[in-house]
Ligand binder design. Structure first.
Ligand code: SAM
Length: 282
């Protein structure tokens, strides 16, 4: 049986044609086939670097058929490069499924790393980068979207979101309505001529984009919730009942004392020891 080929995940520029590595160019020249999310865009890149290779399209709506084709070629021993529309394959694009299939078929998968819009936006935001969450595109279904945004209410890590220009104002308004005021950085057209990072508040961003049409691609970077706000919010929420009553309520609902104390500590954002100490005093 022929030796299996290698699947190369090749990162390509997110706007600036110069953002491509020497290894990426060599791999694109050497593989047998390039599977591209947007063949027209990839062709432009290949022409720019004078690379001539067979191209096949691989995008969300044809990936089921194309998975078989690409995996078939790899199993025959052909080397394949997967490139996305822009940036790193597998990040908010259909690439991840092909990777999963390749792994299941015992095919070697390797990465030629490079630009990722999320990382560029994150580091340019000025917010903490030591801990962050990548949300990609928010779900389009209203109920799921709401749930997802609400799950960020107590998120203290910096949050990175992808958004298309025509949905930007709607998303900013939803974030403001569900999370309240937050600092945000809107990283637009990264690496391109009109690259722009607007650092403001959610309400400021809404005002700005109600007066000017959003243009280009955006990475939204939200500052995480402050620990202090979370503690104050919890204290306010439970200020009308004492810790003892709070624990008793849960015990009446069937929890044992230890479980009730744990739940109260979690909800009030205090330690179990503090709950215990207060129960002993009262
Ligand atoms: N795989 C890509 C990556 O590695 O970043 C992301 C692909 S996703 C389909 C496209 C989204 O990425 C856009 O809607 C936008 O949110 C973000 N994006 C891509 N290029 C960008 C750029 N030059 N400036 C700002 N955001 C960009």
């Amino acid at each position: 049986m022929a030796e299996k080929g290698v699947l190369y995940l090749v990162a390509t520029p997110i706007g600036n044609m110069e953002d491509i590595s020497l290894r990426a160019l060599r791999v694109l020249k050497e593989v047998d086939l390039i599977a591209a999310e947007d063949t027209r865009r990839t062709l432009k890149l290949l022409n720019h670097y004078n690379i001539k290779k067979p191209l096949t399209s691989y995008f969300e709506y044809n990936k089921a058929n194309k998975n078989n084709l690409v995996i078939g070629e790899l199993l025959k021993g052909k080397n394949v490069a997967l490139v996305s529309d822009a940036g790193s394959p597998g990040i908010s694009d259909p690439g991840q499924e092909l990777v999963k299939l390749a792994v299941e078929n015992g095919i070697t998968v390797t990465m030629v790393p490079g630009p990722v819009a999320a990382i560029a936006g994150l580091v340019l935001s000025g917010f903490p980068t030591d801990r962050f969450v990548f949300e990609g595109f928010l779900p389009s279904r209203k109920s799921l979207r709401k749930e997802r945004i609400l799950s960020l209410k107590r998120e203290t890590r910096t949050v990175v979101i992808y958004e298309a220009p025509h949905k930007l104002v709607r998303t900013l308004k939803e974030l403001f309505a569900l999370l309240g005021e937050r600092n945000i950085a809107l990283a637009r057209e990264l690496t391109k001529k009109f690259e722009d990072i607007a650092r403001c508040t959610l309400s400021g961003a809404i005002k700005k984009y109600e007066n000017e049409a959003p243009r280009g691609e955006y990475v939204l970077v939200l500052e995480g919730a402050s620990e202090k706000d979370i503690i104050m919010e919890a204290a306010e929420k439970w200020s009308s009942i004492s810790i003892k009553e709070h624990v008793s309520n849960y015990m009446e609902q069937g929890l044992d004392k230890k479980e009730a104390m744990k739940k109260v500590a979690e909800e009030r954002n205090i330690s179990k020891r503090e709950v215990y100490k207060i129960l002993m005093q009262e």
